[in-house]
Design a binder for this molecule. Structure first.
Ligand SMILES: Nc1ncnc2c1ncn2[C@@H]1O[C@H](COP(=O)(O)OP(=O)(O)O)[C@@H](O)[C@H]1O
Ligand SMILES: [Mg+2]
Length: 261
């Protein structure tokens, strides 16, 4: 089944007012089950808006958003999503374990299952030993991993991530990229990921969706075919070719079909 389908989607904020903004226009995008898709583009081009539309946090002005074959609203009610944003957004008075349990609590999952699931997710992000710590006792990178564990705790078929690694140092960021890919692959999760970083987009993605502003729209979709990622990927010619393609797409001078560089 297709994970996400956006058809002719537009979003206008403050319609009919002097401060009217067309945040998105004419957006068509399909994300396949298990696919990793990244959104990249200049600030204000509508990346967060697109993610929020998929997550049913806002409604489109025109067009339709379908998630797991259902209207986004139904998919949200059915807990088809896990969402992680730039700020980890943990509750300081809850332990790491209980932060990860929160979405399961809200869902009415039994205490025993909650505990087991949170443990499993914390192990997955390499924080099993920190279950009883409080967020303030962890580094920024660790807090972000807790937020990812929390987003994954309900085993969402779809993960929405808005610049989740933006505040992290480069080394932590690269490690988390590898962890995220491993988690998504092992759970079959489909992902839409927003980033400002071209290398990050290329490293993570099956496809990079390039957007432009005023009005926000998709200008190009760059497929990335690098095979299983690892340390060698970051030095491979294919990686640099991907980076060049995305950079050119962002500048608006696309590579003609069939060209090799
Ligand atoms: N709630 C809102 N009300 C009014 N304008 C908004 C709102 N959310 C976003 N916008 C506007 O929509 C455009 C796209 O915003 P956003 O999706 O946050 O861009 P990005 O995430 O790519 O930086 C911007 O011009 C922004 O100011
Ligand atoms: Mg944004």
């Amino acid at each position: 089944m297709t994970a996400v389908v956006l058809e002719s989607v537009s979003k206008v904020f403050n319609a009919g007012r002097p401060d009217e903004v067309t945040a998105l226009t004419g957006v068509d995008l399909t994300v396949e089950q298990g696919e990793f898709v990244t959104l990249i583009g200049p600030s204000g081009c509508g990346k967060s808006t697109l993610l929020r539309l998929v997550g049913d946090l806002i409604q489109p002005s025109t067009g339709t958003v379908t998630v797991a074959g259902k209207p986004a609203h139904t998919a949200r009610a059915d807990q088809e999503y896990g969402i992680a944003f730039q700020q980890a957004g943990l509750f300081e008075w809850r332990t790491v374990q209980r932060n990860v349990e929160l979405p399961l609590e809200l869902r009415g999952t039994s205490k025993r299952e909650r505990r087991e699931r949170a443990r499993e997710m914390l192990d997955l992000v390499g924080l099993g030993e920190f279950a009883s710590h409080y967020p303030a006792q962890l580094s920024g990178g660790m807090q972000q991993r807790v937020a990812i564990a929390r987003a994954l705790a309900v085993h969402p078929p779809l993960l929405l991530m808005d610049e989740p690694f933006g505040a992290l140092d480069e080394m932590t960021r690269e490690r988390l990229q590898d962890e995220l890919l491993r988690i998504c692959a092992s759970t079959g999760t489909s992902t839409i990921f927003v980033t400002h970083s071209i290398p990050e987009a290329v490293y993570l993605s099956d496809r990079v969706v390039v957007m432009s502003a005023r009005p926000g729209r998709i200008t190009e979709v760059v497929p990335v075919d690098l095979g299983p990622r690892g340390e060698a990927t970051r030095q491979s010619p294919g990686f640099f070719t991907g980076i060049t393609k995305v950079r050119r797409a962002l500048r608006g001078d696309a590579v003609p079909a069939g060209a090799t560089s």
